[in-house]
Ligand binder design. Structure first.
Ligand code: AMP
Ligand code: MG
Length: 351
């Protein structure tokens, strides 16, 4: 069942119906300020197992538990007492904390780790749903495993219609990129997101440790299990160009084969070549705009009928750190930095 619902003043009736589905052990897709989530009662093991089945998610990739109050979080986990006043101030927000769990959570939610990921979403629909269900809601992004996260209900329908009991359609999400994940035990940034490292430092007075991409992806036991999985990649071959923008523009201005370019508005408008199928991510001066458009852009590559796509790289601070993290994963970490490498790719399509 799909229920249209006002994102700023959610109608009680829709929330009630979705909350009943959660209480009955069902699955509800709902908008948060980051992306759409696929939710189940976090205290109901059988319900949470349905999430893994619906998404095709590996059982060793734990879920984020969404709460509507700090008190609800404290029942599930040991929140460091010294940090409580700051957390009370900073939540609700797109900031997920890894903390030591209390025993009452099902193993399916935490993948049997002794920690749990918790956040309070800053979205009226998500908050109203958790409150009405009167239980914490475990919810990963509402997409098939490996695909980009959904930023609207239409995409949820495409991926998961068969397995969801209720979809709350509250329009597009606000940020369009998943929450920042930080391990509160040592301030390691496990996943960059809309809450930036600079904001974390300002809020907590601690500079977060940022693991290198290689350290995060390649160990057998990564600190955040989700990091080891292939994610966001289209079926079309996609590579990241990290070289000079001028070289990217020159090469694409003369290329004689149909090829897709995923780039900023500024780069796209400098290229007049009709062989280039452009997907505009947004302005190079607005990382939040690019973040918001990124997943829809990645999903649209496969509709273009080309066999190669190249993405522009951006700086790596603030929100751009999150954009680059998702882009790198979408490109399977295949990066090119020179005009020669780009040309070789076009002519041989070999990497
Ligand atoms: P998703 O909800 O699909 O956006 O993914 C949630 C992310 O949080 C994944 O990358 C998980 O691996 C990560 N995560 C969830 N629980 C934990 C935990 N206890 N420790 C470390 N990372 C976690
Ligand atoms: Mg996800």
């Amino acid at each position: 069942m799909i229920i249209n619902i006002n994102p700023l003043r959610p109608e009680k009736d829709g929330i009630r119906r979705a909350a009943m589905a959660i209480r009955a052990g069902g699955l509800v897709a709902f908008p948060t300020e980051t992306v759409y989530g696929l939710g189940a009662d976090a205290l109901n093991d059988a319900a949470c197992r349905k999430i893994f089945l619906a998404k095709g998610r590996p059982a060793d990739n734990p879920l984020i538990v969404h709460v509507s109050s700090v008190g609800m979080a404290e029942k599930l986990a040991y929140i460091p007492v010294a940090l409580l006043p700051i957390i009370k101030r900073v939540w609700p927000s797109p900031l997920t904390f890894i903390v030591k769990k209390r025993t009452r959570l099902p193993d399916s939610v935490t993948a049997s780790l002794d920690t749990v990921a918790i956040r309070m979403p800053a979205h009226p629909i998500a908050l109203a749903l958790i409150k009405e269900a009167d239980t914490p809601i475990a919810a990963p992004s509402a997409n098939l495993s490996g695909k980009p996260s959904p930023t609207d209900a239409k995409t949820v329908v495409k991926d998961l219609k068969k397995s969801v009991d209720v979809i709350l359609d509250g329009g597009p999400t606000f940020f369009g990129i998943e929450s920042t994940v930080i391990d509160l035990r040592d301030f390691t940034l496990l996943r960059p997101g809309p809450f930036t490292p600079e904001e974390i430092e300002k809020t907590f007075g601690v500079k977060p440790r940022i693991p290198t991409a290689a350290a995060a992806d390649e160990t057998d036991k990564p600190a955040s299990p989700g990091m080891k999985y292939r994610h966001y990649a289209p079926d079309t071959k996609l590579v990241l160009f990290t070289g000079r923008i001028g070289d990217l523009i020159d090469t694409f201005s003369t290329i004689e084969k149909p090829v897709c370019l995923l780039a900023s508005k500024e780069t796209c408008t400098s290229i007049k070549n009709t062989n280039v199928k452009k997907i505009i991510l947004g302005s190079r001066n607005d990382g939040y705009e690019v973040a918001k458009n990124l997943f829809t852009a990645l999903r649209s590559i496969d509709d273009l009928g080309v066999d190669l796509a190249v993405a522009e790289a951006f700086q790596e601070n603030g929100i751009w750190l999150a954009v680059m993290n998702r882009l790198r994963k979408a490109c399977g970490n295949v990066e090119l930095s020179s005009k020669e490498d780009l040309l070789e790719l076009f002519f041989t399509k070999r990497l």
